[in-house]
Design a binder for this molecule. Structure first.
Ligand SMILES: *[C@@H]1O[C@H](CO)[C@@H](O)[C@H](O)[C@H]1NC(C)=O
Ligand SMILES: *[C@@H]1O[C@H](CO)[C@@H](O)[C@H](O)[C@H]1NC(C)=O
Ligand SMILES: *[C@H]1O[C@@H](CO)[C@H](O)[C@@H](O)[C@@H]1NC(C)=O
Length: 309
């Protein structure tokens, strides 16, 4: 049964190769959702600066435009604004891939690609250290889903594989226990309520809320509305939580400088509302985690970049 389902999923992935937004058929989704494994392991491994790391990616906006949005400016005032942060490249997919693997692995487009099983991600450093991890992708129809999914009422693009940082890596997509930690927002709400959120998280709002098919105004409103209650919730904002809210990339005509703000209880009170002009990029995401928990490195662009702390 599992093999059959996997074969079906593999086929759905192949279809996505031709058309970026080809959505997996809802019948196939319903069948697979019924048996999909979902896991929420927890841990409390002490770090030097934080015990929880949360990354949230919005879409396609230059720094100047994002910082001018009232809600994103408000959030910047609640943390440390990183004023010299650059995305890696264009378009979206290689930026997401780089955020977890410190390398674009030669990916230059948004189409269906797979990264060979021997290539490591931050997950390969977190797991041996016993640090729990999970990704939450809004409107992915079930844990470990590998296709694209449209809104079943409107047909509009909702969840897209190219904005999922991990599923592109075969080291994740060929491992059922790892796929079981690639979850959706329903599971986020459950994990939050049950106090079973992991120590390392990557969050992708859907194509409306991340601004991709809307605007920075929508992305800013979503960010403030979503984060405000969470920052007041001890199941999310545990004693030393570091949240980074950023964008995958800037507009193609700009310098690729993007908005990035550090929030959460790990931000020292004295630094709330300040800016930090150190040069950072998406490789800094892995670097920061590696230094915090003494994980070593992936031996690629994470080695030479700067950590947030
Ligand atoms: C989210 O994933 C869970 C676990 O696979 C699934 O039961 C649930 O139906 C999904 N939620 C939505 C809204 O698709
Ligand atoms: C994205 O999610 C929001 C709820 O968070 C929902 O209102 C909206 O319809 C979703 N977008 C699509 C395209 O389904
Ligand atoms: C950002 O600035 C650099 C250089 O002054 C410091 O080394 C970092 O510690 C600082 N980062 C934070 C989070 O304050």
């Amino acid at each position: 049964m599992t093999c059959l389902l996997l074969a079906l999923l593999g086929f759905a992935g192949g279809v996505a190769a031709q058309l970026q937004y080809t959505s997996t058929a809802s019948s196939a989704v319903a069948a697979a959702a019924a048996t999909a494994l979902t896991l929420s392991p927890t841990s409390n491994v002490l770090g030097t600066k934080f015990e929880r790391f949360v990354q949230i990616f919005l879409e396609n906006t230059d720094y100047s435009k994002a910082i001018a949005d009232p809600n994103l400016a408000y959030l910047a005032s609640k943390g440390i604004s990183l004023t010299n942060y650059f995305a890696i490249t264009h378009p979206s997919q290689p930026n997401y891939v780089a955020a977890v693997g410190a390398n674009t692995h030669g990916i230059t487009g948004d189409g269906f690609v797979r990264i060979s099983p021997g290539v490591q991600t931050i997950v390969d450093l977190l797991e041996p250290a016993g640090i729990s991890w999970g990704i939450y992708q809004e409107h992915s129809p079930y844990s470990g889903f590998q296709g694209n999914y449209v809104n079943q009422q409107t047909g509009n693009a909702d969840y897209v594989r190219k904005h999922n940082p991990l599923v592109v890596y075969d080291s994740i997509s060929s491992n059922l226990n790892r796929l079981a930690k690639c979850k959706n927002f329903t599971m986020f709400d459950k994990d939050l309520a049950a106090n079973t959120l992991p120590q390392w998280m990557f969050i992708t709002p859907n194509m409306t809320n991340d601004g991709h098919d809307t605007s920075v105004t929508v992305a800013g409103q979503w960010s403030r509305n979503w984060l405000t209650p969470l920052l007041a919730n001890p199941n999310f904002n545990i004693a030393r939580t570091l949240v980074i809210l950023t964008f995958d990339e800037g507009s193609t005509s700009g310098t690729n400088k993007i908005y990035a703000v550090l929030l959460g209880s790990a931000v020292p009170t004295a630094k709330v509302g300040t800016t930090n002009n150190t040069a950072y990029n998406h490789y800094s995401l892995t670097k920061t985690v590696e230094l915090n928990w003494g994980l070593g490195n992936l031996g690629t662009n994470d080695v030479g970049t700067s950590a947030f702390f």
